[in-house]
Design a protein around this ligand. Structure first.
Ligand code: FUB
Ligand code: ZN
Length: 663
């Protein structure tokens, strides 16, 4: 099956319509303000020789500006806001002036170490930054059709071809991304060498001999270069006493389990942190940094779609199964440890140490989309939806100007939304994903259309057909699809029945049509968190359609208590409360005087209440504890929007029967 390009999908309202409005009216402008305030954009002005000043931020800071450009460009596709378009054009012009004639653009070297390049590739993110530059420009080209900006990407990519095509395994980046970018550039240019280089980077992963030695050497060099930068900073400040550097944004706060930093170092030396520990087809267990892992899997899946299989798909299916059954939080969050910002051991899913970086959920979402296109299996679109609503959307505050970087499932204080971070990788990554959310709704092949996501939208299906969708999700389970366009014709429609759905009722023009029976409870390994995307399926309706035909789907959304495997530290045997695609939580703001971390609930007392007055128009769950306390659960993605608070996803449950495992 093939995707339907974002040009042909417009989100028209509903739950996601509000978030996209926040994204384009507030979030994208807030992010630019923060990039300017923290000196990130000035780095390019300094590199272009247009501004006096001292470079600010991490060596990979360029990438955060590129993700902003990516997000802003995607927003312009359906919302050509003149102020945003002017900002984008001005930044593109600055990038053209900062980029070196041969296509190199990496302000850390250009400013601090002129003439050096491709240094400490495992650590200093040079290819990662060029990757996000290329992706951003490809998005701009796809959104505007302007080839002048595409030149920025082609110059950079052609430099990579010149310097890396045919090179050995040590010439790979420690943070995957450039592989995705080269494949996206190949998709818009058809220039085969970009595909070849992407494949080379993926196939070369995990083949550096004595990796630990290489990374020790590179770490020493990186530290030496950082000390050199600090000497430069001191000298600059002494020579320019009037210079006041911009304030550095805060680091994100994450509670640390014992030995967290040691495990990170060991993970780095072993190569697992960078997924450099084994060739890609042997990587059947998810390890290391969760964002890096997700980007590698996404690139591998994109290669699979271009014919590079022979074991690649099998390896990814095994890794996916391992994640879902033993290394994923009930929110779909990935990454159990700070420092490492990645996977722990099987069942090591402590709710308070949960790192679950917003970018990690996004990386997994990108991967699951590619797996959907390859396999047509409903489990991947189901996990995409679950992570979108819970582990990803939680990263953006209600008003688009406050963010979470790490997303615990239990908070005793300290984790709060911030306007910006010292490592601001998540905000624009989330914005660029929201801006083109429509691409995940449908896909098609010659005679079949798949409906993967239920988001109010208008989709040009091709062959003269259009589909208007009205979705009540996540609060209400009713979805209405209306076909418009050319005269009658045969088409198969495959609708995803989500894993969270209770009963599903399908009607075509008011007449009920049978849905295939739910899949048998799989004998496969159960999931540690009890959310199981493998229970999702597609219902196929293959018939003659006429313009005006209306298809309605009603998913019942029973409140479910998903019991956590007893092996999980800090939450084993407790339950998460869910309804439809949403995971709920108790936040102290709504439950004054309640000991959140000792609550036992009375399951039968839980009821859904749609509270239109609540910010975000939230559907809440109200119930009782066994001590007679009234409880209010809100959607997990809405917590931390009202100042410092405590929160828990898990409650001890007063279950009369073990309802967490589906029948
Ligand atoms: O490595 C720098 C940033 O850290 C990347 O953008 C994300 O992977 C985040 O984890
Ligand atoms: Zn991030």
């Amino acid at each position: 099956m093939e995707p339907i390009s974002p040009q042909n999908v417009r989100i028209t309202g509903g739950f996601w319509g509000r978030w996209l409005e926040v994204n384009r009216r507030r979030a994208i402008f807030h992010q630019w303000e923060q990039l300017e305030a923290s000196g990130c954009i000035d780095n390019f002005r300094i590199a272009a020789g247009e501004k006096e000043g001292f470079r600010q931020g991490w060596f990979f800071a360029d990438s955060d500006a590129y993700k902003w450009l990516d997000a802003a460009s995607r927003i312009l596709l359906h919302d050509p806001d003149p102020a945003l378009a002017a900002r984008v054009d001005s930044f593109l012009a600055l990038l053209r002036r900062a980029q070196m004639p041969d296509g190199y653009l990496y302000t850390y070297n250009q400013i601090h170490f002129p003439g050096t390049r491709w240094v400490n590739l495992q650590i200093e993110h040079e290819l990662y930054c060029h990757g996000h530059l290329i992706e951003a420009v490809v998005s701009h080209y796809q959104a505007t059709g302007r080839t002048d900006s595409l030149e920025l990407a082609r110059r950079a990519a052609d430099l990579l071809l010149q310097d890396f095509l045919g090179a050995g395994p040590e010439w790979t980046d420690g943070h995957e991304e450039v592989e995705i970018a080269l494949l996206r550039l190949y998709e818009v240019t058809g220039h085969r060498p970009y595909l070849d280089l992407a494949r080379q980077f993926v196939e070369n992963r995990g083949r550096i001999p004595h990796f630990w030695l290489s990374v020790l050497r590179q770490n020493a060099s990186m530290q030496a270069r950082r000390r050199a930068v600090e000497r430069q900073r001191a000298a600059y400040q002494a020579a320019h006493p009037e210079y006041t550097p911009p304030p550095l944004p805060p680091e994100n706060f994450a509670p640390r389990p014992p030995f967290s930093r040691l495990r990170w170092y060991l993970g780095a030396l072993s190569g697992k942190y960078f997924q450099q520990h084994a060739p890609i087809r042997q990587q059947r267990v998810p390890v290391g940094h969760a964002v890096r892992f997700g980007y590698l899997m996404t690139a591998a899946a994109m290669l699979c779609r271009r014919g590079a299989d022979d074991g690649l798909l099998a390896a990814m299916e095994a890794a996916w199964e391992h994640i879902v059954t033993r290394r994923m939080y009930v929110t779909g969050g990935l990454g159990a440890l700070p420092d490492l910002e990645g996977f722990g051991r099987d069942y090591e899913l402590h709710p308070e140490y949960a790192y679950a970086e917003t970018c990690a959920a996004l990386a997994s979402l990108f991967w699951n989309w590619q797996m959907t296109l390859i396999t047509g299996e409903a489990r991947y679109a189901d996990l995409l939806e679950w992570q979108l609503y819970n582990a990803a959307l939680v990263g953006m505050g209600l008003n688009g100007d406050a963010y979470l970087y790490n997303n615990p499932l239990l908070c005793r204080g300290g984790v709060e939304r911030r306007a910006w971070y010292a490592v601001p990788c998540c905000p624009s990554n989330l914005s660029r994903t929201l801006a083109w959310l429509g691409q995940y709704i449908c896909s098609r092949d010659a005679d079949t259309v798949w409906v993967h996501q239920y988001i109010s939208s208008r989709v040009c299906l091709g062959d003269g057909w259009e589909m208007e969708m009205e979705s009540g999700l996540p609060w209400h389970g009713e979805v209405r699809l209306r076909l418009e366009g050319k005269g009658p014709g045969r088409m198969a429609l495959c609708l995803r029945v989500p894993s969270w759905a209770g009963t599903t009722t399908l009607r075509v023009n008011g007449v009920e049509v049978p849905t295939n029976a739910p899949p048998p409870a799989t004998s496969a390994q159960p999931t540690a968190c009890s959310y199981d995307p493998r229970r999702a399926r597609y219902v196929r309706i293959d018939r003659e359609w006429a313009p005006g035909d209306e298809l309605t789907v009603e998913f019942s959304q029973p409140i479910r208590l998903l019991r956590q495997d007893r092996r999980l530290p800090g939450c084993g045997g407790t339950a998460a409360v869910t309804r439809g695609p949403l995971v709920y939580c108790l936040e102290s703001v709504d439950n004054p005087g309640v000991d959140l971390f000792g609550v036992e609930i009375v399951p039968e007392s839980l009821e859904f209440v749609y509270d239109a007055e609540r910010p975000g128009g939230a559907g809440v769950l109200q119930g009782m504890s066994i001590r007679g306390e009234r409880l209010t659960f809100i959607p997990y993605m809405l917590w931390a929007n009202r100042g410092p608070s405590e929160m828990t996803v898990f409650v001890g449950n007063y279950l009369r029967t073990d309802e967490s495992r589906p029948p």
